[in-house]
Design a protein around this ligand. Structure first.
Ligand code: HXC
Length: 510
């Protein structure tokens, strides 16, 4: 018996070493942790239960029968984050560059299936060279099985992808179908085809970093939802993110103790809006003052900064904040901002996370670049997402709500539950200057008349009271009581039920 136990220990120790000491050193030399070190940071201490430690590939081509490593380049299993169950697969770059074989794929698929049955998030950590080249179509088939489960789990379980090294070829499409992708600056990159292929096909010369580094994907392509300076920071932030999310669509979001009284007014909000309506202010200040303890996990912080999206808590329960940012492009809605916010709204709706929307939007961005780029369809995505969302929706207009953007930003007409406005709100088809130049075109050369007309328009429309008189706003509220009003509103909506007309699924303008 003693010998048998020793054999297990020996085999387990061999598996723990992955591709061996040299490759582990090389991993460290690049500023990267190993798969097992990453698990240690991501999970609660001692909570990891490994599966399939001894799985090996079955390939015999190209001398592969002489090279077998237990685990086959991916560490899989489950554990807890602050006591809550998560399933994980973590690619081990030290074993065949983390490349995916049929056996490696089977390990991931087993985890995905278990997560779906048991209703817990799946976290994938990527650091890999794509399909195991020696396995040919078996590797492609393996990817297909993983992708299919990504799709089936979408909207059922939160799926998070963390990119901590190369992520190329077949490896990119699984993350692309998950809810969030996070990267590590300088050590991670994602692309379908690498710099060499790009050079051959298009003659472009680019580095891996220029083609698919964290900066590109968080600012240009919007593929990634955030980036961090190193593995440890990234993994700690993933623990924080998981704390905001429900385990599945069958559960409400988790609640955590809150230490900030919602009944306490915040007088500083009464002076947040500048006297000059064309001066910007930082909408994040409002979010931080409304969220419990100012704890806000921003999604896509560096992309389409004219709209802010992210998670916070009110009275201990997760909410999704969506807010125009007057500091960037005056908070205008453009294609990028619309797509960014639409995807976030849909995530929240999938996972029972109420939406709190702050509005200060001068309209949609004009111009050929926007129109040629499909602004109509992209803007429609946000309109569609807000309207189809059945989670509790509370909206507060702080200043401008002009034109179609008024409708889009979770207005009453888009089935928001509670619509507030601050006394500083201005709700109109457009700003005064543009409006007067159109409806009083005959007076355009008479500055005195134009000034009079502008004043008249401002007095008539640039306030919240016309909309309030019609019931499009439920109440005009004092800025200092915003947190209390939203908290009480959310309490009242806790049992919200909405029936949708029967359909297989909708056809959001993609
Ligand atoms: C098998 C691989 C591998 C792969 C890397 N390795 N990629 N083994 N299949 N795809 C092995 C290497 O042989 C090496 O083994 C070890 O992993 C580390 O690789 P290095 O090249 O030494 O590391 P590095 O210089 O850091 O370069 C990393 C890399 C590079 C950029 C990822 O390895 C690379 O370009 N790999 C190939 C990428 C690729 O073309 N993949 C196929 C994509 S096609 P030793 O024993 O020396 O340590 C694809 C299609 C699927 O994925 C589509 C599905 C829809």
């Amino acid at each position: 018996m003693h010998e048998i136990i020793k054999e297990l220990e020996r085999r387990r120790a061999a598996a723990q070493m992955g591709g061996g000491e040299k490759r582990i050193e090389a991993q460290h030399a690049r500023g990267k942790l190993t798969a097992r070190e990453r698990l240690d940071i991501l999970l609660d201490e001692g909570s990891f239960e490994e599966f399939d430690t001894f799985v090996e590939h079955r390939s015999t081509d190209f001398g592969m029968d002489q090279q077998r490593v237990p685990g086959d380049g991916v560490v899989t299993g489950w554990g807890t984050i602050n006591g809550r169950l998560v399933y994980l697969f973590v690619k081990d770059f030290t074993v065949f560059g983390g490349s995916l074989s049929a056996a490696h794929a089977q390990k991931i698929v087993k985890i995905q299936d278990m997560a779906l049955r048991n209703g817990a998030p799946v976290i994938g950590v990527f650091d890999a060279g794509g399909a195991r080249i020696q396995e040919g179509v078996d590797a492609l088939a393996g990817y297909g099985e993983v992708f299919a489960r990504n799709v089936l789990s979408s909207g059922v379980l939160p799926q998070i992808s963390i990119i901590m090294g190369p992520c190329a070829g077949g490896d990119v499409y699984s993350p692309a179908m998950t809810d969030f992708i996070f990267m590590v600056r300088d050590t991670s990159y994602m692309f379908v085809t690498g710099p060499d292929v790009v050079k051959t096909v298009t003659n472009e010369v680019v580095s891996a970093e220029e083609l698919g580094g964290a900066k590109v994907h968080t600012t240009k392509s919007s593929i990634a939802d955030g980036a961090y300076d190193n593995d440890i920071d990234c993994l700690m932030q993933m623990r924080r993110l998981i704390d905001f999310l429900p385990s599945s669509n069958r559960e409400p979001p988790p609640t955590w103790p809150s230490f900030q009284d919602v009944d306490k007014d915040d007088i500083s909000l009464d002076t947040l809006i500048p006297a000059n309506p064309n001066r910007p202010y930082d909408m994040k200040e409002l979010i931080l003052k409304v969220a419990d303890e100012g704890d806000f996990f921003e999604i896509q912080e560096n992309f389409a900064k004219n709209i802010i999206t992210g998670f916070g808590r009110i009275e201990g329960s997760t909410v999704g904040f969506v807010a125009n940012q007057p500091m960037v492009l005056a908070g205008v809605l453009d294609s990028d901002a619309s797509r960014k916010a639409a995807r976030f709204v849909r995530f929240c709706d999938c996972f029972n996370i109420p939406l709190v929307t702050f509005v200060d939007v001068p309209g949609f961005l004009p111009g050929t670049a926007q129109e040629y780029g499909g602004l109509i369809k992209h803007g429609a995505k946000l309109l569609f997402a807000f309207t189809e969302a059945t989670v509790p929706k509370i909206t507060c207009i702080t200043r401008k709500a002009f034109g179609g953007a008024y409708d889009v930003m979770a207005s009453k007409h888009m089935r928001a539950d509670i619509n507030y406005a601050w006394p500083t709100a201005q709700i109109a088809v457009m700003g005064a200057k543009g409006a007067v130049e159109i409806i009083f075109r005959a007076d355009i050369n008479d500055p005195v008349k134009i000034a009079e007309r502008t004043k008249e328009y401002e007095e008539r429309f640039l306030n919240p009271f016309v909309a309030a008189q019609r019931g499009y706003l439920d109440e005009v509220i004092m800025p200092h009581g915003t947190r209390r009003r939203i908290a009480r509103g959310l309490r009242s909506l806790r049992n919200k039920r909405v029936e949708m007309p029967w359909k297989k699924h909708d056809n959001i303008p993609l």
